[in-house]
Write a protein that binds this ligand. Structure first.
Ligand code: URA
Length: 194
């Protein structure tokens, strides 16, 4: 049984966060999207864009629509996944978060990972990969290949949906990568039933 009070105090701490300069320009803190805090899949993007900043919801703009479309096409249930970002406040003009902004925000993401304890983590794009896997990792080289973190989770690196919006080839590759996630989720569930 999860301690909902811990989650609630995490949420209020995030909403009051002033750990980096992004706090000065944000409209809303974007904590994440998903109603199941036991979701087996945690998707991690880069940072909120304009629509996310205005609504306080993760991935609700064009990139989010593509992601939802892809998840629906692969028949993921809404309860199967939770979506969040490396940083919880919008970087001005959608620039990549600065290293100090990402480092200031990462403890919040670590809390979410520890609380949700997902067996599967998906890095959406280069920024998520950089902070969750390492500086040297290249999305174009390692996407679609599982990275094992035994005892914790396995990571699937794939493209950011914004990159897939710009390039149909990447969209297809992203679909194939998320298909592997779906297959693994189904195999986990089959194992659990045995
Ligand atoms: N891009 C991201 O990385 N995250 C969002 O929430 C929206 C767009």
């Amino acid at each position: 049984m999860k301690d909902q009070a811990r989650w609630n105090s995490f949420v209020s701490a995030c909403l009051n966060c002033g750990n980096c300069e992004l706090a000065k320009t944000r409209t809303n803190v974007v904590i994440g999207r998903g109603s199941n805090l036991d979701a087996p899949v945690l998707l991690v993007g880069e940072g909120p864009g304009e629509q996310e900043d205005l609504t306080g919801q993760a991935f609700v703009g064009r990139a989010g629509k593509l992601l939802d479309h892809l998840m629906n096409a692969l028949m993921f249930d809404a309860d199967d996944y939770y979506i969040c970002n490396i940083v919880k406040c919008r970087p001005p003009n959608n620039r990549e978060p600065l290293p100090q902004e990402a480092q200031a925000c990462l403890p919040w993401l670590r809390f979410q990972v520890k609380y949700i304890r997902p067996p599967i983590l998906v890095c959406l794009g280069a920024t998520a990969l950089k902070y969750l896997v390492g500086e040297e990792a290249r999305i174009t080289k390692i996407r679609g290949n599982w990275i094992e973190c035994p005892g914790f989770f396995r990571i699937m690196p794939t493209y950011h949906p914004s990159a897939a919006l710009r390039d149909p080839t990447k969209k297809e590759e992203m679909f194939q990568d998320m298909k592997k996630v779906k297959q693994y989720l189904l195999s986990m569930r089959n194992q659990a039933q045995k």
